[in-house]
Every structure is written in structure tokens, then in C-alpha cells.
Design a protein around this ligand. Structure first.
Ligand code: 5GP
Ligand code: MG
Length: 171
């Protein structure tokens, strides 16, 4: 099998601008509210690292483990996490990409039971397909292709690419 083809679709400078802009808007919205960020691992780790360093209000952060892909094929959704105590907290879920929206829908339904003060969701990427649940805010849009880089993987690879790239398997 030939190696997959990688094409840059969002260069690093554009990612940086979009992430900072989202952080500025959220900083204003959550000023004085001390939100709790729930970062969905693993895909959101680079987005979260950049976003959170540009987010100014005081906040707390924890990480939750959700997986739904095997290779480029979607598998069963798994939430491998005990949620932290977020009672009466303003919770902000941080996702890498919303595709079908099933991961987000599942997470939001779990959070709904935890007596939070509010739940907001943000994602780095909005894939241009119909979603069953939508994030409240996105940094960037991508077409309906499989993307890697800036934290997103295929079977653990390519997370370290600084740009967001389309990945195509060549047979
Ligand atoms: P959803 O449940 O919205 O269909 O999928 C959400 C999860 O699937 C994302 O958090 C992400 O981990 C993974 N995913 C969806 N689309 C892509 C993609 O194009 N590339 C990569 N690397 N992961 C994706
Ligand atoms: Mg993933």
C-alpha cells in the first residue's frame, strides 16, 4: 500500500488567527465566571493548549477520554472517564471536530445529569455535514473530508503536523 496523500487545507497562520479570535470572544463571555474546561482527548490537545493560553479569565481544566474512530472508519463511541465534580460550574466542552455530532450529543446528555450552572461547547473544526448536535462556537470550517494534523490523528499518527491537512488513502 502506498503512503497516504496529505494536502494542507488550513495553514498554521490561519489556525492561529482563528483560535485567538475564538479565545478573545470566549474570554469576554466568561469573564468573572471561572468556567471549567473539559477537554476531549486526544484530538483536542493542541487546540486546547493554544486556546487556553489565549483565554484570559481564571478557569479550571480537566481532560476526558472519548474515542470513536478506528483508522478512518467510525467505530463504537467510548467514554472512558469519571467526570469531575462540575456541580454549579459553567462547563465548556472543548472538542477537536464535530462530524456526525454523536460524540458531542452523548457528552452533552451526560453533562445534563451533573447539575452544572451551564454547558457551552466549542470545537476547532466544523465539518460541513449535517450534525445531530452542534457546538456553540467553532474556530474553523472544513469540507466533508478526513483531516489530520494540529492534534487530529489517523491511528495515532499525524497529530504533530502544524497545519490541518486532508488525508487521502491511495490504494
Ligand atoms: P462525531 O461523533 O461528531 O461524528 O465525531 C467526532 C469525533 O470523531 C471527533 O472528536 C474526532 O475525534 C473524530 N473525527 C471526526 N471527523 C474526523 C476527521 O476528519 N479526522 C480525524 N482525525 N478525526 C475525526
Ligand atoms: Mg479522534
Amino acid at each position: 500500500m502506498k503512503p497516504p496523500r496529505l494536502t494542507v487545507i488550513i495553514p498554521r497562520e490561519e489556525i492561529d488567527r482563528a483560535v485567538r479570535q475564538l479565545a478573545a470572544i470566549m474570554s469576554e463571555q466568561f469573564s468573572g465566571k471561572e468556567p471549567h474546561f473539559l477537554v476531549v482527548m486526544n484530538g483536542a490537545f493542541i487546540f486546547a493548549a493554544d486556546f487556553l493560553r489565549a483565554f484570559q479569565p481564571e478557569c479550571t481544566i480537566s481532560f476526558i477520554d472519548v474515542k470513536s474512530y478506528s483508522g478512518i472508519n467510525k467505530g463504537e463511541l467510548q467514554i472512558n472517564t469519571t467526570f469531575p465534580d462540575v456541580r454549579n460550574r459553567h462547563v465548556i466542552v472543548v472538542e477537536d471536530i464535530v462530524d456526525s455530532g454523536e460524540t458531542l450529543a452523548k457528552l452533552l446528555s451526560v453533562l445534563h445529569e451533573l447539575n452544572t450552572a451551564s454547558v457551552t461547547s466549542i470545537a476547532l473544526l466544523n465539518k460541513q455535514v449535517p450534525h445531530v448536535a452542534d457546538a456553540d462556537m467553532y474556530a474553523l470550517e472544513v469540507p466533508n473530508v478526513f483531516v489530520v494534523g494540529y492534534g487530529l490523528d489517523m491511528d495515532g499518527r499525524y497529530r504533530n503536523l502544524p497545519d490541518i491537512c486532508q488525508l487521502e488513502l491511495s490504494l
